[in-house]
Ligand binder design. Structure first.
Ligand SMILES: [Zn+2]
Length: 149
């Protein structure tokens, strides 16, 4: 964890939004990672419980290279990953990674909490980074992320 992304901050915000999901959303592990590949990521291990598909080892990871000082940016990223968590946990099918179901949950949180949850919580790699020639990776990622949130 970092000075900005603390365990306390993660728990406090998670605890606020988890009440909006039906059923129980158990505590995930919160981690940070030095990566340019994503802003936030949801990690899990799929398991079968009887006939049901569910998950274990739920982990929400934040990029240490991204500026999470702003609460709205942090919360929007957290809720984005929480929607993935919820849908995987309860095996809720969608027509895409960020399909209609995902977007309807995002809309709900954006309206209720004035967040900016969007389908994109990663900032691209490979080609996109090459395109950023002349800008330092860090500056570029920051500028692009600003346009996402
Ligand atoms: Zn996503």
């Amino acid at each position: 964890m970092t000075e900005v992304i603390t365990q306390e901050r993660c728990e406090e915000r998670f605890d606020l939004y988890r009440n909006d999901f039906e059923g129980n959303l158990p505590w995930p592990v919160f981690e940070t990672k030095k990566t340019f590949n994503f802003i936030g990521q949801f990690f899990y291990v799929p398991i079968k419980k009887g006939k049901k598909n569910t998950i274990k080892n739920a982990t929400i990871i934040f990029s240490e290279y991204f500026d999470f000082t702003d609460d709205r940016v942090f919360d929007s990223t957290l809720v984005h990953e929480m929607i993935h968590y919820y849908m995987k946990m309860y095996n809720i099918k969608d027509n895409d990674d960020h399909g209609d179901k995902f977007l309807s949950y995002a809309k709900y949180f954006n309206e209720k909490y004035n967040l900016n949850v969007k389908p994109l919580s990663y900032v691209g790699k490979g080609k996109d980074i090459e395109r950023a020639e002349g800008t330092s990776k860090l500056k570029w990622i920051w500028a692009l992320a600003k346009s996402i949130f």
